[in-house]
Design a protein around this ligand. Sequence first.
Ligand code: PAF
Length: 280
Amino acid sequence: MQSTEKIAEVRQIIQKAREKGRKIALVPTMGYLHEGHVALVAEAKKAEAMVVMSIFVNPLQFGPNEDYERYPRDLERDARMAEAAGVDLLFHPKAKAMYPEAMLATVQVGVMENVLCGGSRPGHFRGVATVVSKLFHIVQPDLAFFGLKDYQQYRILKKMVMDLNFPIEVIGVPTVREVDGLAKSSRNVYLSPKERAEAVVLYQSLGEAAAAIRDGQKDPRKIEKLIRSRVDETSGRLDYVEVRAASDLTNVEWIDRSVVIAVAVYFSSTRLIDNLVVQA
Ligand code: PAF
């Protein structure tokens, strides 16, 4: 596996691969890798492309009171895991290289940014769309892989790629879960043992809500209420639970199309998210 923090070096390596006719697949991450990231790489490898993984904890997508400073980082361990997973090129730029000066040009994806996680994390998706655009310009991949745990991020990036004519296929990869169903996340390490045990409520309540829809419940407010009452039984604090159209995240008054049930819960200061897409 090749590894570099230099943008110019990435461009050279990619150019050589392109000259040999290779396709490029990008797996953007913020590091502290887990099986969810390994699954992204496994999907990328199926494309028989050169697999590039970026590791960059992007300051632009963290709010002033969020966990940018304490976000878990371990580049050596990540490099070992990336190599074992089959990554060909690891790109781990420093913040100074990605943002040598204050950014004036940023990428916004309209109303999709301000709902769900965007409501609680103003500016978050502008930071995500901006850094992913930069990574797309640096790596120029044919394919890019994102986990569906961050469903809103996946939808926003798909829309961005379409609206701005990036010649890139954005591929969503199913959420990888712990044995009890908790979605794998780099932030799970923050949970106390009690919180870790309780955190399964996200997955369990989503499952109950999806079953209710399949049994004929059409009222999104009743689905949201079901999840709220399950979370209230734990020490978790609900940030939001919403049923929205799976295709474009618009509001739904009645469940008559594919929907995403999305939930965010705080355990102490750790914010966990999860979702399920349900076909009506
Ligand atoms: O999902 C993530 O890890 C990040 O939001 C991403 C896509 C790497 C952008 O920083």
